[in-house]
Design a protein. Structure first.
Length: 222
């Protein structure tokens, strides 16, 4: 039966998560299709039907990052929202680098989920996303202080707050403050948007971070 409701694919191995998201999205006006793993989604979803996909990052078999790459290979041109557990910052960063629109840490609240889905469909409508323009992104990063840029760079590398704090010689709480300041100055509502600006500006090189922040050994002392 034809429907004008926008379609959201939910790919998660936890039935309770699938049902919960189905209920929320269906009652908010979306059409939902549920998939228990990456393989069933790839086999059963219609890649030619406009949709967005909410993908669990940790699933048995093919995980969310592998599914994201496979979708590109097979021509699934869907905006992707990644669902993460606590401590999956590095994987979430990889997902954003791979083109995901946003990531939500479980359990995500209703507003964040609906905002993310709305942003995903909006990204389909926008042929040019300003945050992907290198020159604009570099200009935005220029609004940050040196320390705010360092913290954002570390986050773009996928490092947790404690690692960034250790490498910069500051506290983890201070890292959180710089992160909040950076997001405010970049005028973004989500960490994913801040990461996209950072990536577009050329930040997030782990090699460069290690070169710049590795402690000098005694025999290198001038």
């Amino acid at each position: 039966m034809p429907t004008d409701r926008k379609l959201v694919h939910v790919v998660d191995d936890e039935d309770s998560i699938r049902r919960s998201l189905d209920f929320l999205l269906s009652t908010s006006g979306y059409q939902v299709k549920r998939w228990e793993d990456a393989q069933s989604f790839l086999k059963g979803a219609d890649k030619f039907e406009p949709a967005c996909a909410m993908i669990d990052i940790r699933m048995p078999g093919m995980d969310g990052l592998e599914l994201q790459r496979e979708m590109k290979t097979r021509g699934f041109n869907f905006p992707i929202i990644v669902l993460t557990g606590h401590g999956d910052v590095s994987m979430a960063v990889q997902a954003i680098q791979g083109g995901a629109i946003d990531f939500l840490e479980k359990p995500a609240d209703r507003k964040n989920i609906l905002d993310a889905v709305e942003a995903a469909f909006q990204s389909q409508a926008d042929s040019e996303d300003q945050r992907n323009r290198k020159e604009w992104a570099i200009g935005q990063i220029g609004h940050l202080t040196h320390r705010e840029r360092e913290v954002l760079d570390g986050l773009a590398c996928g490092y947790p707050n404690k690692t960034i704090a250790y490498d910069l010689g500051i506290s983890a709480r201070t890292v959180e403050v710089y992160r909040a300041n950076a997001m405010e100055k970049l005028d973004v509502a989500s960490f994913a948007d801040a990461l996209r600006i950072a990536f577009a500006a050329g930040m997030g090189s782990e090699r460069r971070w290690l070169e710049e922040h590795t402690l000098i050994s005694p025999d290198q002392d001038a």
